[in-house]
Design a protein around this ligand. Structure first.
Ligand SMILES: Cc1cc2nc3c(=O)[nH]c(=O)nc-3n(C[C@@H](O)[C@H](O)[C@H](O)COP(=O)(O)OP(=O)(O)OC[C@H]3O[C@@H](n4cnc5c(N)ncnc54)[C@H](O)[C@@H]3O)c2cc1C
Length: 350
């Protein structure tokens, strides 16, 4: 990795930058440093999308927008909020400066994915430069569009290995009238498991079902008209009694999850698609009804060993490390074939 950073101002300059260098690492605000400082055999040049920023199209009546890849998510959120719309998958590290390109490449969705789906369910179009320097446009700018391969979804979680994204189109949703968060203290791990399953299978439409096993706490977010939220909250209290209380600081609690500040001064946070039952001796926060665990640790090598033993994979979301993926690394023949097709000169990282 050399220290120089190229900052192309438009697609033509980006194509030139890619054609002119043997090894490229796309980067942004580097809010997720392990993903943009991965070790490589040779000398790699960072290409920052910082100069390619801005929401370039917004159709509130169609519920779609298109933004350049270097656009910060907080800028996108502000534009959408002006028309009472939002990205309901709860993008991560927004205050930290995450951009839409880095968010797609990292495949990061937050707690809101429980009800509405993750980032991959909202991306509908994408332009990018392939490893052999071709400008490619895929998907569309309308929600109903079934033509061609769904390459935009392939870019979700690609970590800059398949192409450098320049422009992204998303569909969005209307913002709910209000939100309310309930905390349910479950007193034991078994009770927490039972209540997570019950909440996920219930007729109540929770926006998010999160938990912290080491506190035995379940966090349920409701999003809708205030009367509906209150009616559901009363039913939940009727079911679980005094264990249920309303959280006063709902917004700051969910921000501690999306910004990963729940981890305090732990140096690393790693996203693991697993139940927190197998990682309960680490500080953590679990999302999506205990299907995603955000593990906070100062000893990432130890966590990596543990994940390998459990045959689990982790994505290093906070803190420096020499690789983005730790634990058990799976690579299918299909993913190798896709990499070879989109990056035939092996310009981007493995
Ligand atoms: C030194 C530096 C200074 C900057 N200064 C500013 C500034 O002053 N103002 C400003 O608004 N922005 C600035 N940027 C930001 C900028 O380049 C983008 O905002 C960027 O896309 C942010 O990404 P991220 O933090 O979400 O993801 P990162 O943590 O940077 O990256 C996450 C992953 O996504 C990949 N990735 C990121 N972008 C793409 C892409 N477009 N295509 C394919 N893969 C990608 C990375 O390789 C990595 O694997 C700066 C960036 C750098 C490196």
């Amino acid at each position: 990795m050399n220290d120089s950073i190229l900052r192309p101002a438009n697609e033509a300059e980006l194509v030139d930058a890619i054609r002119g260098h043997q090894q490229i690492t796309p980067c942004g605000n580097m809010t997720k440093p392990a993903m943009s400082t991965m070790t490589r055999d040779g000398d790699t040049t960072r290409v920052s999308l910082s100069a390619m920023s801005g929401v370039i199209e917004y159709e509130p009546s169609e519920f779609t927008f298109t933004a350049l890849a270097g656009t910060r998510i907080d800028e996108i959120n502000a534009v959408l909020a002006g028309r009472n719309q939002y990205l309901p998958f709860d993008p991560m590290l927004v205050q930290a400066g995450a951009t839409i390109g880095g968010t797609v490449a990292a495949g990061l969705s937050g707690a809101g994915r429980f009800r509405f789906g993750g980032l991959r369910d909202f991306i509908i179009g994408c332009s990018f430069v392939s490893g052999d320097g071709k400008m490619i446009r895929s998907g569309g700018k309308v929600v109903k569009n079934a033509a061609g391969f769904d390459i935009p979804k392939l870019m979700v979680g690609s970590l800059g290995r398949l192409g450098v994204m320049t422009e992204l189109t998303f569909k969005v949703f209307p913002k709910p009238a209000s939100t309310l968060t309930l905390v349910v203290n479950c007193q034991s791990s078994d009770n927490l498991n039972r209540r997570i399953s019950e909440a996920a299978a219930s007729q109540w439409e929770f926006d998010a079902i999160d938990s912290r096993r080491n506190e035995f706490n379940l966090y349920l977010r409701l999003a809708g008209p205030p009367q509906v939220n209150q009616a559901i909250a009363a039913q939940v209290s009727g079911r679980w009694g005094d264990d249920v209380r309303e959280l006063d600081s709902s917004d700051s609690f969910w921000q501690s999850v999306t910004e990963l500040t729940f981890a305090g001064d732990r140096s690393h946070v790693v996203k693991v698609p697993a139940s927190s039952q197998s990682l309960c001796d680490f500080d953590h926060h679990a999302s999506a009804a205990d299907n995603i665990v955000w593990v906070a640790t100062d000893d990432i090598a130890f966590l990596s060993e543990r994940l390998t033993k459990l045959a689990l994979t982790g994505l290093v979301v906070r803190g420096d490390w020499n690789q983005a993926i730790i634990g058990k690394i799976y690579q299918s023949q299909l993913s190798r074939n896709i990499k070879a097709a989109m990056d035939p000169l092996n310009r981007f990282g493995e």
